[in-house]
Design a binder for this molecule. Structure first.
Ligand code: NAP
Length: 554
């Protein structure tokens, strides 16, 4: 349960922090004395991009006997209020020096005018070596004497391998320590579900807290920190961050709309495996922004089987404060999406029911989940647009359409065009799969009528004339089984009345499209289908058509 927002205030020289404002801290490693000017320039750039704080990571610099002047200069000339950190190797840093060297670095930092806003010390160092904790507190105390600006202590804990054992008790220990102002815990997320634990820690905080997850699964905790009142989130100034998974300051502010994230932000995800190639976050987040819709969509990688899919979605939809409102579901989970919604007592819409797969999960106003297949709409819309561009009216009724493939995309395409009155021939390398689809669709189901879908051999395409040919195999796809091949037999005859569509969207021009275009056919690539199906997802979640002028280019 979300705890009440803790009423506290903490101030920085140039910014006042109150509950609900989350700072962006840019972490800049400074390895040597001659790197100070460059580091100050990076901080200046980060400031111009929207950073509020800079963390000077002086891990190796602190081991240099001549480090003091460089550290003083870093703090004194820092364009932003700063944190000074000498991170030990045991917690992912580069410092392997002595306690005395670390204390000397802190002392140098605190002698600057103004002194650093914060110094960071690991919980393990703070406790295990008593003089270190004493020194950190003492430096914070001395730095405050006779000065307007006080240095505060951030007590931190990092685990680069995974979720640390005893996480809550460590955090409770940091919260109860009177000598520190901020508690910080950072660990490597094993799955997206770790983010929820970070959010729960933030929601129940007893003092300003930083709770972040590292790695490919941890982005949600970094971006959504303001939703849960995190004290700060870390960002990269440039290509080199200090922890895996940090976005750049620009990405955070411009692409993620970090400043506009608040308690009411709705959360969505694209769930797939692998997911890193997905363009859905870029497309939907741009549309959300352009439509002034307070939503953010994240890439969520879920291992390819039912159990992890079920566990992940149950946790995301089940955590009320997260306000997880919908998922775009891609390979290999489209069938799992139907099963999940069915088991949760939700509604399987007709398209998803007949196709046997859903690419969209949403929440109705009564809180029930629904499963929809917008791939079928995507095919129909992209095709109809291409037919209009070719001088037709975009009507599919009575059109003869050949579909190559019998996987998920082919099922969606066959259902989409046949339910608009087209006559479909489906052909596939594994003929039995095409036959099964034809047999399924040829039978009326409930109120849905029988569809005109027939399975034939690939050679049939050379003997008959089709108005439209749609490739729904993975042939031609970058990184796929036959990346530079054309799935059509060479004997297939085209003319300018034929429309050829390829569901493959990477590359933009597949071997099939190049071949068909050279023979006069009108062509449409998979990107148009991808955007069209995403537009239907957007509508399913927000009730509105997306502002398509904000669509990213392919
Ligand atoms: P799928 O379920 O895995 O089906 C793959 C299909 O390709 C099967 O019919 C398979 O035949 C066939 N195939 C694979 N390798 C082949 C080869 N070497 N020769 C002939 N046929 C081959 O995949 P899917 O989800 O349907 O996706 C298919 C393609 O559509 C992918 O490139 C995907 O990226 C694209 N897609 C695009 C969109 C979009 O919005 N643009 C949406 C969904 C999918 P067998 O049955 O014989 O194995």
């Amino acid at each position: 349960m979300l705890a009440m927002c803790v009423a506290y205030e903490d101030s920085l020289p140039s910014v006042t922090y109150s509950c609900g404002v989350t700072f962006i801290a840019v972490a800049i490693p400074v390895a040597r004395t001659d790197a100070v000017s460059r580091a100050l320039e990076s901080a200046q750039t980060a400031k111009s991009h929207g950073a509020d704080l800079v963390e000077w990571r002086v891990d190796t610099l602190a081991e240099d006997p001549h480090a003091s002047a460089a550290i003083v200069r870093l703090v004194q000339e820092s364009p932003l209020p700063c944190i000074v950190t000498v991170r030990d190797q045991s917690e992912g840093g580069a410092f392997s020096g002595s306690d005395d060297e670390r204390i000397a670095a802190w002392r140098a930092a605190s002698s600057a005018v103004p002194p650093p806003a914060y110094i960071d010390i690991e919980l393990s160092t703070y406790h295990a070596r008593a003089p270190m904790g004493d020194s950190a507190r003492e430096i914070a105390r001395i730095s405050s004497i006779g000065k307007l600006d006080a240095t505060r202590v951030i007590l931190s804990f990092h685990d680069f391998r995974g979720r640390p054992p005893g996480l809550s008790s460590r955090v409770a220990e940091m919260w109860s320590d009177p000598g520190s102002a901020i508690a910080k815990v950072v660990w490597t997320a094993r799955t997206v579900r770790d983010n929820i634990e970070a959010f729960e820690l933030l929601a129940s905080r007893a003092k300003p807290t930083i709770a972040l997850c590292m790695g490919e699964h941890g982005l949600m905790s970094r971006v959504l920190a303001p939703k849960f009142g995190g004290f700060l989130t870390y960002a990269r100034a440039d290509a080199h961050g200090t922890a895996p998974g940090q976005p750049t300051v620009e990405e955070l502010v411009r692409d993620w709309g970090f400043r506009l994230i608040n308690k009411s932000t709705k959360v969505f995800g694209v769930v797939a495996y692998p997911v890193s190639h997905s363009r859905s976050p870029e497309i939907h987040n741009r549309w959300f922004r352009a439509a002034n819709f307070n939503g953010r969509l994240f890439a969520i990688g879920v291992a390819p089987s039912w159990e992890p899919f079920k566990a992940t979605l149950a946790e995301l939809f089940g955590h009320a404060p997260l306000d997880f409102c919908g998922a775009a579901v891609s390979m290999p989970h489209k069938e799992n999406a139907i099963r999940f919604v069915k088991e949760s007592g939700g509604v399987i819409e007709e398209s998803a029911q007949r196709i046997g797969a859903a690419n969209t999960i949403g929440k109705s106003s009564d809180g029930r989940l629904f499963a929809r297949n917008t791939d079928a709409d995507g095919v129909v819309e992209a095709l109809a647009n291409a037919m209009r561009r070719a001088g037709g009216d975009g009507n599919l009724r009575g059109k003869r359409i050949a579909i190559l493939g019998a996987g998920g995309a082919a099922r969606a395409a066959a259902f989409g065009v046949a339910s608009r009155g087209a006559s479909v021939v489906i052909t596939n390398r594994t003929a039995s799969k095409a036959k099964r689809i034809a047999e399924e669709f040829a039978v009326a189901s409930g109120e849905a009528p029988a569809l005109d879908v027939n399975a034939k051999a690939l050679s049939a395409l050379s003997k008959e004339r089709f108005d439209v040919i749609i490739n729904c195999t993975s042939v031609g796809m970058d990184g796929g089984p036959a990346a530079d091949q054309n799935p059509l037999p060479a004997e297939v005859v085209f003319d300018e009345r034929v429309v050829v569509m390829d569901a493959v969207y990477s590359p933009a021009k597949t071997a099939l499209l190049i071949h068909a275009e050279q023979r006069g056919a009108k062509c449409v690539g998979g990107w148009e289908m991808l955007v069209a199906q995403a537009a239907h997802q957007f509508e399913a979640w927000t009730g509105k058509r997306p502002p398509t002028d904000a669509t990213p280019s392919r």
